[in-house]
Design a protein. Sequence first.
Length: 66
Amino acid sequence: MSLTHYMEMAGIQDPRQRADIADVMEEVSGFTTLLSRTHIMRLEVEAALDRALDTDSPHLSLLREN
């Protein structure tokens, strides 16, 4: 799932239609969501700085645990 999917869902007014689509979204993805491009870019910059400065970002260590 991506932000686009959730934004499209927000525009649907019919509760029944939203529920039906949510059921399909859950079945297909288990509600697993992709990170946004800006979030990924932030993590990539942190990783580059960590390598350059020989440090360890707390954000990246959280991702490594999963």
